[in-house]
Design a protein. Structure first.
Length: 449
């Protein structure tokens, strides 16, 4: 008879297998996957079929999800159904910002901090080695109360960013957490917000594995690409950046730094850094966050830089032979008619300089100070400005799609904004959120049956 095992079913959403790389490598390095007691499988489809087959063999089944806010509505019905047949553990940015929403659906646990030590602790719990409350960085529901265990931050150098045995090679995370406090961004406000770095040597070791399998283009994950190993706020560590790029080059890699997904704040764009990036990096584009063309709005959202800082950074980028990509967010809280007009003026100015504009729409993400700011849509003047600029070939971004996403995400938060014993929706929002709340009512009511 086959020995009873723990089966972990990783459920990548929309093909996002790489999101599980850090968890898988942590499980591998802990030895649990080689013990014979734990099996890990991936599925791109609803996992109920796998759950049924494994339970028939007498195995314990745990289904792992990673959920961001834009896809929350797409997966909650599945999570609700799966949680009735197997243990469900949910992670991802929406989970950190609103973990109680998944626990109300029936999830067994929600990961609210670093996932590497959380997943190892959870596996040890499921095989009987420890209690749930002893697992770090999770939330769970017990006796009518939502509970969060101790938050235990990891050292990035203690974990590999990839899992070659499962062919998981994501962009290499070189920095976790952010020292700034932009009110629209989840990174500084969630549980794992303290700033940590992966050393150049450990990054180079990972890059060696990437190059060995033909993945020479090495991209990095960092909330501020040029803040890598920074010792003081607003001051790049040029020596560390050069070491990082040189070591990756020595392994045969082609490093990309300062472009997605390691964009840059204006303060960190300096002559010495750009010279190093020009010499050693492979990217020809530098992405810089402006977000608004109005200094009052920049202050309101906590950006801590001015329009003038960003425009000077753009000039430096151009001078050093890079193509600047400037991020702008439509509809930020506090934006008025004057702010819209000021932002449009900046857009036209940048377009004249052949700067590409990557446009976004404000989304009130859970866990941020702006989570309960109702989005007011894209101002008609923005639509007109974009229409005029499209012919110049300088516009990119998902700003149109994000307008509807913003409404949905806000309504999801408004439906269940706090980890209270009973759900307490925001008053006065039912009419605005009627369609979203009807869907949520259906799923949550079914979760009780």
């Amino acid at each position: 008879m086959e020995k009873r095992r723990l089966v972990l079913v990783a459920r990548p959403l929309y093909g996002a297998r790489n999101a599980f790389a850090a968890l898988v490598s942590a499980l591998e390095d802990s030895g649990v996957l080689s013990s014979g007691r734990v099996k890990l499988v991936f599925t791109e489809d609803n996992p109920l079929g796998i759950v049924k087959r494994e339970k028939e063999k007498g195995n314990i089944v745990v289904v792992l999800y990673g959920v961001s806010s834009p896809i929350f509505l797409d997966v909650i019905a599945e999570i609700r159904r799966v949680s009735k047949e197997a243990y469900v553990v949910v992670g991802g940015p929406h989970t950190e910002g609103a973990y109680w929403q998944f626990l109300r659906l029936g999830a067994y646990a929600a990961v609210v901090g670093d996932g590497e030590n959380a997943i190892v602790g959870l596996v040890e719990h499921f095989i009987g080695h420890n209690s749930l409350e002893s697992v770090p960085n999770i939330a769970y529901y017990s006796n009518g109360v939502f509970r969060v265990t101790r938050i235990e931050n990891i050292e990035l150098d203690s974990y590999r960013p990839h899992a070659p045995s499962y062919e998981l090679y994501p962009p290499i995370e070189i920095m976790r957490g952010c020292p700034y406090h932009c009110k629209f961004c989840q990174v500084p406000w969630l549980f794992k917000s303290s700033v940590r770095f992966r050393s150049p040597e450990r990054v180079a070791l990972a890059a060696r594995d990437y190059v060995r399998v033909g993945r020479k283009r090495i991209r990095f994950v960092a909330p501020i690409g040029f803040a890598y190993m920074s010792k003081r706020l607003g001051e790049p560590n040029t020596e560390a950046i050069e070491k990082l790029l040189v070591l990756v080059r020595q392994e045969g890699g082609e490093p990309y730094l300062g472009t997605f997904p390691s964009e840059v704040r204006p303060e960190y764009i300096r002559e010495d850094v750009l010279k190093v990036v020009r010499r050693y990096a492979a990217n020809k584009r530098i992405s810089v966050g402006l977000q608004s063309g109005d200094n009052r709005v920049l202050r309101l959202v906590g950006r801590e830089h001015t329009i003038e800082d960003a425009l000077q950074a753009v000039e430096l980028i151009i001078r050093h032979g890079f193509q600047p990509i400037v991020d702008i967010i439509f509809g930020l809280p506090g934006e008025d008619e004057e702010a819209v007009e000021n932002t449009i003026k900046v857009m036209y100015y940048l377009a004249e300089r052949r700067v590409r504009l990557r446009l976004h729409t404000f989304i009130p993400l859970p866990g941020t100070p702006f989570a309960r700011e109702r989005p007011h849509g894209i101002h008609p003047k923005y639509h007109e400005a974009v229409r005029r600029l499209l012919g110049r070939g300088v516009i990119e971004g998902d700003w149109r799609e994000q307008e509807e996403v913003a409404r949905i995400v806000y309504c999801v938060t408004a439906y269940d904004p706090l980890p209270t014993r009973e759900r307490k929706p925001l008053e006065g929002e039912r009419e605005y959120c009627v369609e979203v709340w009807k869907l949520l009512d259906k799923v949550y009511d079914n979760s009780k049956s």
